[in-house]
Design a protein around this ligand. Structure first.
Ligand code: BES
Ligand code: ZN
Ligand code: ZN
Length: 472
């Protein structure tokens, strides 16, 4: 479904959506005293902050703002359902809420319009036109629009099957988005990756017919407020069969086109910040390949030499994400970054631990940075839970034949994956395991179903705060 936002102070549509601080405020939007009374009664009866009625004038939706932003997003999703069920494609939006509140409502409403119909012969041809009126600034709608479309781009990339989205076509898509939004994209091909000796990327790619790529995205505004860049590293496994250690869990491969979800969040974040010209210097690094059990595939027991020079005993070829991320994390050193954040659908253990409700995080960054990220997570409701990186977990990665092995022990799988990555960083760093939240098999409000685009809004919120904080 397509959506459109336009500005018009006075409604020209028959359907109205009023998003107000309290019911009595409806008076200033022209609702009669008797209607307001009816609204009050129904809200009390339903114990909800939203209600709608249909009369000769059209559909009227009323929402009273919640104490929390997530409540507004969810109410917005319910409004979308009402409009959609009534086959209404136009609605006028009027509000007296504050900027953050209105922002959360509009993002919930617009994100709910997402559909992935590329491969359907018959398209739904539906659209939603939201005419934004009183009380909503152009600034708010501009940012909402950029962020919603960046999140939808990330969802599209995740939902795109591997039959199209091999590493080469992924790079083409990243270039297209970069050109459209104004960030720079450089792509290393297999030859270049070989000449750099990126052993982690090459090992994962060995069983594949398709060549890997290494993508460098950059948004470098003239008046950047940070001296050293923030680097975002995203796992770009365009399809994960597990390699020779073929995925053991029934049906788990059905959704493994989602294994580039971390990198999709990086693309989405770069899209939003460049569209909105945020004054922060950000670099995105995306190693991309599929993970296949082809004839020459890396085998359990093999020892490989990483881009950093470290040797790794590969004991499970399904633990491939850490191998390609490690090369990208080593590459990030050349930027002398202020901070590196990696994002990855890295472990089933992260899914087992917290499910789809949040993101598992760990790293060596300062408490200040960790708190900023956690606060962003709460604000956008892509919540972070920090796992410990105690040294004992690192001992589980000891190898008899190489510097380390790519497999931990029977427990704490999300942590040992993080401990593996820690070997390749020498700068402030945070790791985000988004395996639970990146792809949903059952729908969840405005997050929808399938690719969620998780972490685009988290990264954007964090970077926006960085841009404004250092401007002072
Ligand atoms: N891509 C998977 C992790 C994953 C699981 C993503 C579920 C999304 C949903 C990853 O490459 C993987 O297979 N990890 C293994 C590592 C193990 C072999 C150490 C896992 O978690 O089972
Ligand atoms: Zn895997
Ligand atoms: Zn994987």
């Amino acid at each position: 479904m397509n959506y459109k936002l336009s500005h018009k102070t006075k409604s020209t549509f028959s359907n109205q959506l009023f998003f107000v601080k309290k019911v009595a405020d409806l008076k200033q939007f022209g609702l009669s005293a008797s209607k307001i009374k009816l609204v009050k009664e129904n809200l009390a009866k339903l114990k909800l902050n939203r209600w709608h009625f249909n009369d000769a004038d059209g559909l009227t939706l009323i929402v009273v703002e919640e104490d929390d932003l997530e409540g507004n997003r969810k109410n917005a999703h319910e409004c979308f359902n009402v409009l959609n069920n009534n086959k209404m494609e136009e609605v006028h939006f009027a509000t007296n809420g504050g900027d953050d509140t209105v922002f959360s409502f509009l993002e919930g409403l617009l994100l709910s319009t997402y559909t992935f119909e590329k491969y359907k012969s018959e398209k739904s041809n539906q659209h939603l036109h939201v005419q934004v009126g009183a009380g909503c600034s152009k600034e708010v709608t501009n940012v909402v629009q950029a962020l919603v479309s960046a999140t939808m781009d990330a969802r599209d990339l995740v939902n795109e099957p591997h039959s199209y989205l091999n590493a080469t076509n992924y790079s083409k898509e990243i270039k297209r988005i970069g050109k459209r939004d104004g960030f720079k994209v450089e792509v290393f091909n297999k030859k270049k990756i070989e000449s750099l000796k990126m052993g982690g990327v090459l090992a994962v790619n060995k069983g594949s017919v398709q060549p890997p790529t290494f993508n460098i995205l950059e948004w470098k505004p003239k008046k950047a407020t940070n001296k050293q860049p923030i680097v975002l590293v995203g796992k770009g496994v365009v399809y994960d069969t597990g390699g020779l250690s073929l995925k053991p869990t029934p049906n788990s491969m059905d959704i493994m086109k989602c294994d580039m979800g971390g990198s999709a969040a990086v693309v989405g974040a770069l899209s939003a910040i460049s569209k909105l010209q945020l004054p922060v210097h950000v670099i995105g690094l995306i190693p991309a390949t599929d993970n296949r059990p082809g004839l020459d595939a890396v085998a359990p027991g093999d020892v490989i030499t990483m881009y950093s020079g470290k040797t790794v005993e590969v004991l499970n070829t399904d633990a491939e994400g850490r191998l390609i991320l490690a090369d990208a994390l080593h590459y990030a050193k050349k930027y002398k970054p202020q901070l590196v954040i990696d994002l990855a659908t890295l472990t089933g253990a992260a899914v087992a631990a917290i499910g789809p409700q949040g993101i598992v995080t760990m790293g060596n960054a300062s408490e200040e940075v960790k708190n900023k990220l956690k606060n962003s997570g709460e604000a956008v409701y892509e919540r972070l839970v920090e796992f410990p990186m105690w040294k004992e977990y690192g001992e589980m990665l000891k190898s008899e034949v190489a510097d380390i092995k790519n497999l931990g022990g029977p427990y704490a799988g999300a942590i040992t994956a993080g401990k593996f990555l820690e070997h390749f960083v020498d700068y402030p760093w945070m790791h985000m395991d988004i395996a639970g939240a990146a792809y949903l098999r059952t729908p969840d409000s405005y997050r929808g179903k399938n690719g969620t685009g998780v972490a685009v809004r988290l990264l954007f919120n964090f970077l926006q705060n960085e841009a404004t904080a250092s401007r002072k």
